[in-house]
Design a protein around this ligand. Structure first.
Ligand code: FE2
Length: 182
């Protein structure tokens, strides 16, 4: 299956809303104040809100602007994960999870690029946006429900602190502003 088909098939995440809420609550309780996991969870919430914002727009200019904000946030977050957290997963004997994580995020980047070229108020645009939203929701569930909990439990406090610093650095470099204001 190509990465295009893979993301298109993910319009509805296989897990229920309840399962996703449960995974998030568990990940929240595993996170420490201001640590990499809490930053990741905050960014996941911001990404979800950014999808809703795009869908709520009713004219082309606001939709294009909201899409740009979503794209920037998705890219900033994914780049920080790809540069810092997925290598840490691979190092913690979770190479399979790391490989899936990179593949899913590449597929989302590709689809976001294609989305930019569709007429913003068309049904085709909305369909693709919802496919991407579903694929991202599933990816987030995998991270929160499993992959990142493993990483949290496997690393020493010193390694966790390093991840926090590096994740924050990479994210704010892409976003070009203070992390908390992102
Ligand atoms: Fe993520």
């Amino acid at each position: 299956m190509s990465i295009i088909d893979k993301v298109v098939s993910a319009v509805t995440p296989p897990e229920s809303d309840e399962a996703r809420a449960k995974a998030r609550a568990k990940a929240r309780s595993a996170a420490g104040p201001g640590d990499w996991l809490s930053l990741v969870l905050d960014h996941h919430v911001q990404i979800e809100a950014a999808f809703v914002k795009v869908k709520a727009t009713s004219d082309p200019a606001s939709r294009v602007k909201a899409l740009r904000e979503l794209g920037t946030l998705l890219t900033g977050h994914s780049i920080a994960e790809e540069a810092v957290l997925y290598p840490a997963l691979a190092q913690a004997d979770e190479k399979g999870h790391a490989t899936t994580a990179y593949a899913e995020q590449s597929a989302a980047k590709l689809q976001m690029g294609l989305l930019e070229n569709l007429p913003p108020m068309s049904q085709e645009f909305l369909d693709k946006l919802e496919h991407i939203e579903g694929a991202v929701a599933h990816h987030v569930y995998e991270e929160e429900g499993n992959w990142f909990l493993d990483l949290k439990s496997k690393l020493s406090a010193a390694d966790q602190a390093k991840l926090t610093q590096r994740y924050a650095e990479q994210f704010s470099r892409y976003m070009g502003k203070d992390l908390k204001a992102a």
